[in-house]
Structure formats: structure tokens, C-alpha cells
Design a protein around this ligand. Structure first.
Ligand SMILES: NC(=O)c1ccc[n+]([C@@H]2O[C@H](COP(=O)([O-])OP(=O)(O)OC[C@H]3O[C@@H](n4cnc5c(N)ncnc54)[C@H](O)[C@@H]3O)[C@@H](O)[C@H]2O)c1
Length: 319
């Protein structure tokens, strides 16, 4: 049985955003219903570059898989490389055969954007104005996924501490550069920075603002002031991961926020097990391995159907 190798271009071709949104929504629902398994991700810090690697295994549907992914925040500035660089191994759980090896930088972008848009679909009360704080790689896929879910009829407000990044993103999105306050006073706010100090304050938000807090995905990271968390119903992707490394990790470590303060998980809302909160809502996303397996399975199945990718006999049992 050959192993299919897919590069970035092939992953993007075989995983249209529409499919990524569908796959990720289904993975969240299955996880909430106990139909998928996923141990918490393992972190390998690389302190000298303020980065880290994560190993993310999961089993979902007819597949098992592992993502090996970086968060090297200095990469764009120091090396002209993405902060997030990743590869994915997709396996058959029954035989353990490696079905595919693929670029997972594209996979991560697609499934991260998809998760934010799925959260907005289930938690946001309106979507006429969508704000972005942090206008890097993930912001682009978060925007694309929101277009899949909501169409084109929303205004994009872009803020980044690097004005050139905000300008470039606003241009691409057909939106406009905004102050932090303007970008926060919106129906849906996406925070997409590697910040370790709070950026968004409660005063700047509308009473019904839904926030996709995507940036905090490692211990010590945070983008929202404590008053934002306390003024909203907070839904996590996975409680264990969120308490360890999500938006709530620092307040939990400081003893000012506890697990019982959480409203539930996004999967529980999708599965109808928990109701959507009135007023402000937050999706605290750390990124789940089940999102990756679900997305990788779609890419693999489409690549097989279309005969794309390089088939390699990795195991070569004749030797
Ligand atoms: N939740 C998830 O599933 C998930 C998935 C992938 C990445 N991430 C995280 O999302 C974050 C962004 O990832 P990326 O790949 O887009 O990174 P990136 O480097 O491409 O973009 C980050 C942007 O944030 C801006 N920024 C940094 N600090 C800021 C601040 N204080 N205020 C305003 N803007 C600021 C930078 O100028 C840059 O434009 C990272 O922390 C990454 O680890 C989360």
C-alpha cells in the first residue's frame, strides 16, 4: 500500500475551505458526543527562539493521525518563514499503515479558519462588522472561512501593531484599517496574535460582540483582559487544553478564573447539549488534533479520487 505525499499546493487544492468548515464542524460535534479520541497535545519548548513544537495525535472516523507543528513567532521577522510550520501523518487505525504524509501548514490555516467561522456560525448574534486584531497568516484563512459561512456581506476592520500588516490585509480583504477600539466594537472579533499581554479591553466591545480568541495556544499567551472574560460566556474547544494553554490559562494560573466559570465547549453547542449564551460570547481556541485529522482525511480522500500527489512505498517490505 503506497503512502500519498501531498505538498502545500495539493493540500490547498484538495481541501477547499467549504470542505474544511464542514469537516471541522463535524469533528467538534463528534468529539462532544464521545465519538473521537484525542489526548492533550505535547509541547516541546525551544526557548532560544521563543518558539515551540507540538505533537498532536487524534482518532476520528476511519482515520488516526499526528500533526507535528511549530509556533516560532520570530520566524516571519528573522527568517521570512511562517510562524506555524507543520507536517501531518494520516494512518489507518486498523492496520497502522501510513496512508498519507502532507504539508500541514496549509492544513492548519484551513482548519483554524474553519474553527473560527464554525464558532461564529453557532455563537455570534450578528455579522455585519467583523474585526481582526492581528493580520498575519491565520487572519487570512479566518476571513476566507467567514466568507464561506456568511457570504460577502460584512465589513472588515483590520488592526495590527504592524501598520503595514494591517494595510496589506485590509487591501486583500476589501476592508479598512482601523484603530484597536474600532476593530473591537464589532459583531465578531477575531484575535490572532501571539501576544503575552492583554490587548482587548471590555470597554471597547459591544454588548453582543462574539470573540474568536485564536492566538493564545501556549502557556503564558493571552489577548483578552480579564474583564473581557468575566463579561462573556466562554466556550472552549477542549477544557484540558484551554486551561493549560488557551486564552484562560493565565487567569487560571493566577487563581482569578476557574474551570467552573466556563460555559461549555463549542462541540457541546454544535451538538445541542449546551445553549448559546446571551450577550457576549468567546470561543477560546487552542486548536484540536481532531480538527487536523478531519481536515487531513478530506484532503487525502479527494487526492485519491483525483489521482493527485506522489505515491511512495515508504514501508517497502521487499527489502
Ligand atoms: N487556535 C489555533 O488553532 C491556532 C492555530 C494556528 C495558530 N495559532 C496562533 O495564532 C497566532 C497567530 O498565528 P499566525 O500564524 O497568524 O502568526 P503571524 O506571525 O502570521 O501573524 C501574527 C500577527 O499578529 C500581529 N501582532 C503581534 N502582536 C500584536 C499585538 N500585541 N497587537 C496587534 N497585533 C499584533 C503581528 O504583527 C502579525 O501581523 C499565534 O499565536 C499562533 O500560535 C492558533
Amino acid at each position: 500500500m503506497p503512502t500519498k505525499i501531498l505538498d502545500r499546493r495539493q493540500v490547498l487544492e484538495c481541501l477547499p475551505m467549504r470542505d474544511a468548515v464542514e469537516a471541522v464542524e463535524e469533528a467538534f460535534r463528534a468529539f462532544a458526543l464521545g465519538e473521537a479520541s484525542m489526548p492533550p497535545k505535547v509541547y516541546l519548548p525551544i526557548p532560544e527562539v521563543q518558539g515551540d513544537f507540538r505533537a498532536m495525535p487524534a482518532r476520528f472516523s476511519r482515520y488516526a493521525g499526528l500533526k507535528w507543528v511549530s509556533s516560532h513567532t520570530r520566524n516571519p521577522r528573522d527568517h521570512g518563514l511562517p510562524a506555524v510550520i507543520a507536517v501531518f501523518v494520516l494512518s489507518d487505525p486498523e492496520t497502522a499503515l501510513p496512508l498519507a504524509l502532507m504539508d500541514a501548514t496549509a492544513l492548519t490555516e484551513r482548519r483554524t479558519g474553519a474553527a473560527a467561522a464554525v464558532a461564529s456560525r453557532h455563537l455570534a448574534k450578528a455579522h455585519a462588522k467583523i474585526g481582526f486584531v492581528g493580520c498575519g497568516a491565520q487572519a487570512r484563512s479566518v476571513l476566507e472561512a467567514h466568507r464561506v459561512v456568511f457570504g460577502d456581506g460584512f465589513e472588515v476592520l483590520a488592526y495590527d501593531k504592524d501598520p503595514a500588516a494591517a494595510e496589506a490585509f485590509a487591501d486583500e480583504a476589501g476592508g479598512r484599517v482601523a484603530s484597536l477600539e474600532e476593530a473591537s466594537a464589532v459583531d465578531v472579533l477575531n484575535t490572532l496574535t501571539p501576544s503575552r499581554t492583554p490587548i482587548v479591553e471590555a470597554d471597547a466591545l459591544l454588548p453582543h460582540t462574539h470573540i474568536n480568541a485564536m492566538g493564545a495556544d501556549a502557556p503564558g499567551k493571552r489577548e483578552l483582559a480579564l474583564d473581557v472574560l468575566l463579561s462573556a460566556s466562554v466556550y472552549v474547544d477542549d477544557p484540558k487544553q484551554a486551561l493549560h494553554s488557551g486564552e484562560v490559562n493565565v487567569p487560571v494560573r493566577d487563581g482569578v478564573y476557574v474551570e467552573a466559570d466556563l460555559a461549555g465547549t463549542l462541540g457541546e453547542v454544535i451538538a445541542g447539549l449546551v445553549a448559546r449564551g446571551e450577550g457576549r460570547t468567546i470561543f477560546d481556541s487552542t486548536g484540536l488534533a481532531i480538527q487536523d485529522v478531519a481536515a487531513a482525511a478530506r484532503a487525502f480522500e479527494r487526492a485519491r479520487l483525483q489521482g493527485l500527489g506522489l505515491d511512495v512505498d515508504l514501508l517497502n517490505r521487499e527489502i
